[in-house]
Write a protein that binds this ligand. Structure first.
Ligand code: TXA
Ligand code: MG
Length: 345
């Protein structure tokens, strides 16, 4: 049974105890809900992989209550970018930024959490509730997004339960996530910062602090990735997604941005990411929107009305638009069940 806990004194204490004992607890962060286990427990971390159906080669992000605790697990001397790491942490932690750095040879983080890589992904999430939880646990928490692998990430407690009720020990319900998209992942193991995943901290904001950041574009992969985190079918709703739509077909649902396009039929489900064209609002509403349109379309299909896809209106490609586009490109990529796709997580 999955216990529902709230971020009051008892709830936080109980969630921390469960985690310390090797339990699996989903919790809210400012980005999305995470599926947490003690980073130092190989057994607990393996359970996360099995609950999510996640391939073992795809490492997890480790969550800390402070930058000092996070950097203690890294081999800063082995990174030519250690000074940049420090500056970025000072500027963006706590917050939606994950740094990838060389793993310290004596790091307590278990091999399953890093997928055996010589690097480690670290983040200090923002929010009173999660900070208190991490402090009470007294050690790092490994947490991927709290969804079945390859499905839409959860930005509310209800989303978590929809996919994982009964499969996890507890859900620490901290309300809807304010950013609503996963953290930005920045690789600092080479000679230059590399953006592995656009997210809650924009590329522009990073570059203002640390100079040029390399980004190879939305290169969607379908097999074991060279840079983890680039699997194709992440964030996929059940219906295929069509991007940059300027007209809606009769058998499509609409994800609007700004002024909604005219719909050819009254039954067409519509979700507006942001009527005012605000990218932060759009980011916070994206995953709820994908779920809503999927669900509304399924109801119509049951009534015999054919809905075959989700059409997405264009939105700007700067700022948070880069992360929005990344999630939607992945949602639009071939599905695991498609013969075109080899990957199933
Ligand atoms: O906002 C977030 O980042 C959320 C919350 C819960 O913190 N977590 C999250 O985790 O999105 P997940 O597992 O869905 O995505 C983590 C990504 C994966 O794509 C993984 O490949 C990448 O981080 N990653 C982890 N360790 C890495 C490493 N050493 N090198 C490169 N990528 C890494
Ligand atoms: Mg995920």
């Amino acid at each position: 049974m999955t216990e529902i806990l709230y971020p009051n004194h008892n709830g936080t204490h109980h969630a921390a105890t469960l985690l310390r004992q090797g339990g699996i607890v989903a919790f809210g962060t400012e980005t999305v809900y995470g599926l947490g286990a003690l980073s130092t427990s190989e057994t607990a971390v393996r359970r996360i992989f099995s609950i999510k159906g996640r391939p073992a080669f795809n490492p997890l992000i480790n969550h800390f209550s402070s930058a000092k605790a996070a950097f203690a697990e890294t081999d800063m001397a082995a990174s030519p970018l250690s000074r940049i790491a420090q500056i970025l942490a000072d500027r963006f932690w706590p917050g939606p930024l994950t740094l990838v750095l060389p793993r310290h040879p004596q790091s307590r983080i278990c091999t399953a959490a890093t997928a055996g890589l010589p690097s480690i992904a670290l983040r200090v999430p923002k929010g009173e509730a999660i900070r208190r939880l991490l402090e009470q646990v007294g050690g790092p928490i490994a947490a991927p997004s709290a969804n079945i692998s390859g499905r839409v990430s959860p930005s509310t407690a209800e989303h978590v339960l929809a996919g994982l009720d009964g499969a996890i020990d507890a859900l620490f319900d901290t309300g809807p996530c304010t950013v609503g998209l996963e953290s930005t992942i920045l690789d600092l193991t080479g000679d230059m910062p590399v953006l592995l995943r656009p997210g809650g901290v924009t590329r522009e904001a990073l570059e203002a602090v640390c100079g040029p950041v390399h980004f190879s574009g939305h290169n969607i992969q379908t097999s074991a990735p060279s840079a983890p985190g680039q699997l194709s079918s992440h964030y996929a709703p059940r219906l295929p997604v069509r991007l940059n739509a300027t007209q809606i077909k009769e058998d499509e649902a609409l994800m609007a941005f700004g002024q909604a396009l005219p719909c050819p039929a009254a039954y067409i489900p519509v979700w507006n990411l942001s009527e005012t064209g605000d990218l932060a609002e759009a980011a916070a509403r994206l995953f709820s929107g994908l779920r809503f349109l999927d669900h509304a379309s399924s109801c119509l299909i049951e009534q015999g009305i054919s809905i075959r896809g989700i059409a997405v209106q264009p939105f700007p490609d700067h700022g948070l638009g880069l992360a929005l586009a990344d999630r939607l490109y992945r949602a639009a990529a071939p599905r695991p069940q498609d013969p075109a796709s080899e990957e199933c997580a």
